[in-house]
Ligand binder design. Structure first.
Ligand SMILES: CC(C)(COP(=O)(O)OP(=O)(O)OC[C@H]1O[C@@H](n2cnc3c(N)ncnc32)[C@H](O)[C@@H]1OP(=O)(O)O)[C@@H](O)C(=O)NCCC(=O)NCCS
Length: 208
């Protein structure tokens, strides 16, 4: 991945944004401003980055930018509303095979391993120390929680949340906007917009 610009703007100024800033810096770039709709954050700094005010197309327009918001729906609505030069950031302490493609706006945090011929979409989050094995397809606006593990050939569709430590068996598909809870082990396909938990993972609605 090319070295990052030194004038990146981030949208979002919460805890997730701190890790985005740390990742950008470790990858040789810099974040110069953060924007957030939460008034309580305006005028404050996160990791030395000023929080300048509400999310505004006027301020973001044209800048290299990352949406630093953990919630997938919120990240999608911001990314689709604003015009920016969306950049991806990958911590240098990761192993990403050169055959891997990574979409704009996606962040990959420290300790992650992405194996050959995986495809990662736009505006997705690969959180701390995840593994994505060979030939996986990860869609747009996905959040793979810390320590989650994807075996080879897994498909994770748009908008999916995989909770901390979730594990996905080979060739399984997690349908659009589905959620696998913390520690879930998914051994069969998961239908769209379904929430599953447990080992093996089962839909929350289906529980007694
Ligand atoms: C799965 C999850 C989304 C469900 O949240 P929710 O819709 O608010 O559901 P609830 O907390 O009401 O839980 C519903 C039921 O599922 C159980 N449950 C929830 N999460 C579970 C999990 N990870 N494993 C096993 N059971 C779980 C609850 O105990 C509850 O059971 P009950 O009906 O017998 O009382 C949430 O618990 C979760 O695991 N989120 C992952 C967050 C995460 O890792 N994010 C990473 C960002 S860094």
């Amino acid at each position: 991945m090319k070295s990052l610009p030194d004038n990146i703007v981030i949208v979002g100024a919460g805890g997730h944004a701190k890790v985005v800033i740390a990742t950008v810096r470790a990858a040789g770039g810099e974040v110069v401003a953060a924007y957030d709709d939460d008034r309580a954050r305006w005028g404050q700094q996160i990791l030395g980055v000023p929080v300048k005010g509400p999310i505004s197309a006027k301020d973001i327009g044209g800048a290299p930018a990352i949406v630093a918001v953990g919630n997938n729906r919120t990240r999608q609505s911001i990314a689709e509303r604003l015009q920016a030069q969306w950049v991806s950031a990958c911590h240098p302490n990761t192993t990403v095979h050169p055959s891997v493609s990574i979409g704009p706006g996606t962040v990959i945090f420290a300790g992650s391993v992405i194996q050959p011929d995986a495809t990662i979409g736009a505006h997705s989050i690969l959180n701390t120390a995840v593994s994505v094995d060979h030939d996986c397809i990860v869609g747009d606006f996905v959040h793979i929680g810390p320590g989650a593990r994807l075996c080879g050939g897994v498909t994770v569709d748009e908008g999916v949340l995989l909770g901390v430590g979730a594990k996905i068996a080979p060739n399984v598909e997690i349908g659009p906007w589905a959620t696998a809870g913390a520690g879930a082990v998914c051994v069969v396909d998961i239908a769209r917009e379904t929430t599953v938990v447990g080992v093996p993972a089962r839909s929350v609605e289906a529980k007694e």
